[in-house]
Design a protein around this ligand. Structure first.
Ligand code: 5GP
Ligand code: ZN
Length: 114
């Protein structure tokens, strides 16, 4: 828990009405500033901040991938595919320095990303 971190704060709000998924290790919320018709954040409850990632966190990262893939199935808008993105560090475009992944769908994405 980092007391200055918005994702740590949301993680401990048990009754946060905008959580669309939650388990012991991760939770999901809709992005406040969506970049696609579906834009979901998948966030570990533990405050992990790159480059301080430890081998003991391996389970959490694998778990997040599974949750993202399962969640993509739930949204009709993702039937033609989707994108999972993790912005990392300033050059990676990260703005909240508590590791998280974006699940985006419902439109066509280009490559390479901007
Ligand atoms: P990053 O830029 O670090 O990869 O992603 C942070 C994301 O969190 C951004 O897409 C931003 O719109 C979103 N975000 C920032 N503050 C909040 C918030 O208070 N609630 C929600 N649901 N999303 C937020
Ligand atoms: Zn945090």
């Amino acid at each position: 828990m980092n007391k200055n971190c918005i994702f740590c704060k949301i993680a401990i709000i048990k009754a946060a009405s905008n959580k669309i998924y939650e388990d012991e290790n991760v939770f999901s919320i809709r992005d406040i500033n969506p970049q696609a018709p579906v834009h979901i954040l998948i966030i570990p409850k533990k405050h992990i901040s790159w480059p301080n990632v430890n081998p003991e966190d391996e389970y959490i990262f694998g778990h997040i991938q599974i949750i993202a893939l399962k969640m993509a199935k739930q949204f009709y808008e993702m039937k033609n595919g989707f994108r999972i993105i993790g912005n990392c560090g300033v050059d990676g475009g990260q703005t909240i320095f508590h590791i998280h992944y974006h699940l985006l769908g419902g439109r066509l994405f280009t490559w390479p990303p901007g």
